[in-house]
Design a protein around this ligand. Structure first.
Ligand code: GLV
Ligand code: MN
Length: 196
């Protein structure tokens, strides 16, 4: 879904400060090497010792500058037993997910609030349409490992819980209390889990 490239390659110069473009400027072609098109960061298991018991490792243009202008990216998703990659959306990409290990409940919710989901076994694939809220939940008794792919070099991620309850500055309590139809005490309690 990203714009098409206008040249073979445009390895991102992430440090360039003098030009502002949609994406990143290209590093000089004479400095480009094979290493620019290689990324080993998905070979390592992510650390799932966190409140969600899950971890997403991204191979996007920021971690893998060779993706600049190419319109694709990939994540490694590790989920411990009982762990959750919490509800989130990607404003700029459709997501394909393939499960490599374990058993994973994957699902998304449409704009008409219909919930679509499947339990994936290894080798099975699910697709999340662009921009819709989705999650992955480990319903197996072993760790789950999935690879997600995107039609954007930088899909962006909006995590529902941290966006609403962990923003800087914080959203007023009465807005969230009204939105979720709960007492402000509940809002305060949830905010405290997300640093607010
Ligand atoms: C999973 O939903 C991911 O965004 O990698
Ligand atoms: Mn996702």
């Amino acid at each position: 879904a990203d714009p098409d490239p206008l040249q073979d390659l445009c390895v991102a110069d992430l440090g360039a400060t003098s030009v502002v473009v949609n994406g990143f400027p290209c590093k000089p072609a004479s400095n480009v090497t094979s290493d620019d098109f290689f990324f080993a960061g998905l070979s390592r298991e992510g650390n799932t010792s966190n409140i969600f018991a899950s971890n997403v490792t991204s191979a996007n243009v920021l971690s893998f500058p060779g993706l600049n202008t190419l319109g694709v990216s990939m994540n490694r998703v590790d989920v411990a037993p009982g762990g959750l990659n919490p509800p989130h959306s990607h404003p700029r990409a459709t997501e394909l997910i393939i499960l490599l290990e374990g058993r994973l409940l994957v699902g998304f919710i449409s704009t008409s609030n219909q919930f679509f989901s499947k339990v994936l076994n290894p080798g099975e694939v699910f697709v999340v349409p662009k921009g819709l809220i989705h999650f992955q939940y480990n319903v197996g008794d072993k760790k789950a490992l999935a690879i997600t792919t995107f039609d954007s070099q930088l899909p962006g991620v909006v995590i529902a819980s941290t966006t609403l309850f962990g923003s800087t500055p914080a959203i007023p309590d009465d807005v969230l209390a009204k939105a979720f139809q709960v007492d402000q005490k509940v809002v305060t309690a949830i905010k405290s889990k997300f640093g607010n």
